[in-house]
Write a new protein. Structure first.
Length: 460
């Protein structure tokens, strides 16, 4: 190495750490397990292939004795159940003789090694003893099958809430979200949650636009009328009566939107009539029932027969508050990516001695430019409508302009000038708080219905 008596050029090197090319929160999903896996309660397991789920599923429990008395079957288990005594849960019994013991039932946990379930007629003495799994496990397997039927480009997680009541399962989900914010975006619930009495209290916690989660809730004809149209982060999907035990209709669109990564060459389509795979169309479905579902903002699986297409598809493609699912996704996409790029600029600006980011007009210009990057990508990716524009107004003036629809067809970013903001908010400068950034945009909507007026002329 050469020795210099005097260094002519001295290099000061700084590093700018770019954000991930795509913030992948919206490509994270978890399907809730209720005591169906070996995963510890409160933990996630990544499922990249169907074999990954099979590897963690609890084995079926062997039935060591079964008897019937006055409309009630009692089964004795070879191994203890961990579900609370006195709780109820769906079970699937198989392998029994007489076969009348077999089927899907709602069972009560009578003891650590015994369950009871109703059966009107006497099936006779059990000559062959079988096995059972919980209905939760059967639904989890169906969710997994439906997930992979709709694509294999993105994995999902199983969130294990443990062998608990559904009320406690919802509590476990809420605790996880609270303690691990911005970790999982899509949450798939199982059949049974739709009739859980504490569901409304759970969903109320996620009614705001900034919750940044989506819940996928299977339901039935008897349960969806109990839902609130204020649950703007919940997509309710009624299970087709013709569905097999290997499909869960609500998971089909959940997989689709989880796998979708908006880009200028992969624009986000409307959600109204998305093709779904591995699911069965809801038939028979009368016009009256269809109208009731649509009016209640409950989704169902249909076909594209009206357009000469045999594929199964999603109708109506909305959240429970009536917002199209792609619009809900778009609102979250803008929030998530604005946070990402602005935070990145501030962190890098605090670690760059060559070009530090200061709280001045130049610094505000940098932040405005980052916000404009998000807006431009949103427009080019089918997230937002129209041209990108920037203004420098007082917040109340900007809000008044938005209310007056002055920026219709634009994605507008407002950055109040430094001197004006500091003069109006003198205490904020010392604290490093700048509240002069605002934006207004319109998400992309699709067609739900076209009204075509046709006139027939009976003369020449």
């Amino acid at each position: 190495m050469a020795n210099y008596w005097n260094r002519i050029v001295q290099l000061n090197v700084s590093e700018v750490v770019a954000p991930a090319p795509q913030f992948l929160l919206q490509q994270t999903a978890a399907i809730v397990s209720v005591g169906s896996t070996a995963t510890a309660p409160g933990d996630l397991t990544l499922i990249s292939t169907p074999a990954d789920l099979s590897a963690i599923l609890n084995p079926a429990i062997t039935i060591s004795a079964a008897s019937w008395s006055t409309g009630l079957v009692t089964i004795t288990l070879a191994t203890p159940t961990e579900f609370p005594i006195g709780s109820t849960l769906p079970i699937v019994v198989s392998g029994m003789t007489p076969v009348a013991y077999n089927g899907t039932f709602t069972a009560t946990v009578a003891g650590t090694t015994s369950l009871t379930y109703s059966l009107i007629g006497d099936p006779g003495v059990a000559s062959t003893l079988g096995i059972f799994i919980t209905g939760y496990q059967q639904s989890l397997i169906a969710a997994d099958t439906t997930w992979w039927a709709n694509g294999s480009s993105v994995p999902y997680y199983v969130f294990e809430s443990g062998p608990v009541t559904l009320a406690n399962s919802l509590t476990a989900i809420h605790n996880y979200i609270s303690e691990n914010p911005l970790t999982i975006y899509e949450w798939g619930l199982l059949p049974g949650f739709d009739t859980e009495p504490t569901l409304a209290a759970f969903m109320i916690q996620y009614e705001t636009l900034d919750s940044k989660v989506m819940f996928f809730l299977p339901c039935t004809q008897s349960s969806y009328n109990t839902f609130s149209n204020t649950w703007k982060n919940t997509m309710a999907v009624i299970q087709s009566p013709g569905a097999t035990t290997t499909e869960l209709d609500s998971i089909a669109y959940m997989q689709y939107i989880t796998a979708f990564n908006p880009a200028p060459t992969n624009r986000l389509p409307p959600s109204q009539y998305t093709f779904l795979f591995g699911v069965t169309a809801y038939t028979p479905l009368t016009q009256t029932s269809m109208t009731e579902l649509v009016n209640a903002n409950v989704n169902f699986v249909s076909t594209g027969a009206e357009g000469g297409i045999s594929n199964t598809m999603l109708v109506k493609g909305v959240m429970l508050d009536g917002t199209p699912a792609n619009v809900k996704f778009s609102i979250d996409w803008v929030q998530i990516n604005m946070d990402l790029l602005l935070s990145n600029a501030i962190i890098n600006g605090s670690n760059n001695p060559l070009s530090p980011l200061y709280y001045n007009q130049a610094g505000i210009n940098v932040l405005e430019t980052e916000a404009k990057v998000v807006a431009t990508r949103a427009v080019s990716s089918g997230i937002a409508v129209g041209a990108v524009n920037t203004v420098a107004l007082a917040p109340d003036t900007f809000a008044a302009n938005v209310a007056a629809k002055k920026y219709a067809g634009q994605f507008v970013i407002n950055a109040q000038p430094w001197s004006t903001y500091v003069a109006q908010n003198p205490g904020n400068y010392e604290l490093g708080i700048y509240g002069g950034l605002q934006a207004a945009f319109t998400p992309q909507y699709g067609f739900t219905q076209v009204i075509f007026n046709l006139g027939v002329v009976q003369f020449i």
